[in-house]
Design a protein around this ligand. Sequence first.
Ligand code: COA
Length: 234
Amino acid sequence: MSPRHQALFSSSLISPQVQAQLPEGYLMRPLEVADYHKGFYDCLAGLTVVGKVSEQTFQQTFEAMFRCQSVYHIVVIEDIRQSRIVATGTLIVEQKFLRGCGKAGHIEDIVVHDSQRGKKFGIRLIDQLKYIGTQVGCYKLLLTCSESNEPFYEKSGFQRKDLHMALYLNSQQQQEQQQEQQQPQTHSISTLSVVTTAEVRGDCSSHVSSPKALHNHGVHIEALSTPMESIFVK
Ligand SMILES: CC(C)(COP(=O)(O)OP(=O)(O)OC[C@H]1O[C@@H](n2cnc3c(N)ncnc32)[C@H](O)[C@@H]1OP(=O)(O)O)[C@@H](O)C(=O)NCCC(=O)NCCS
């Protein structure tokens, strides 16, 4: 079957316990191509700039992620009666050589439609992504959030750890970064041994971690926000 008729990942990774905690009429499931027409972007727009994405580009991106089997786990909560996506969240599974070729999970793009907040959909998304992380054998989960969302993630067992650093490589995003830097910063770089992760989006093999290499190339890196980490004991 073509990827465009399938779920992004196996629905066997959806937790029956988490599904059972959703109100009647709501379904937790993997992202599907048809979600383009079910308000997936309306939902994402509650998080950040989504840009204009045609259906064709959405399908091509979906298929590229689909081919990276066991990497991208984008879950959605659908209001079945309305055929609308009310919440979405992502777990990206990073294969490592260290820790006995272990896996780290990166939680991204958590958002609940603004008309649906305060109904525990956010917590259910995180529970679901923790379930996938456990099922696929991640030894830790990492995420970055604003200070205002820290209490939300603490409720799911995450703790503040180290610093997160970001470098935007396209000029529009650089401008956005500069605007963010004009906001009051709550963290400063206090040590040279901080772990830095620069993410270059586009394909499944482009996740790079090399602060020293970037620094040697004259790249100036600024701290943006706080990483949260939850360690899973295998
Ligand atoms: C953050 C967000 C995902 C929370 O989703 P939600 O469905 O409204 O949250 P829930 O109903 O699951 O909240 C669960 C608990 O966390 C608390 N909570 C939620 N957001 C909180 C916040 N920003 N600060 C403090 N507590 C928060 C709730 O009060 C609730 O507490 P309780 O269990 O004691 O009743 C949602 O507000 C959202 O989409 N925000 C915009 C996008 C965003 O910032 N995403 C996070 C990117 S890192």
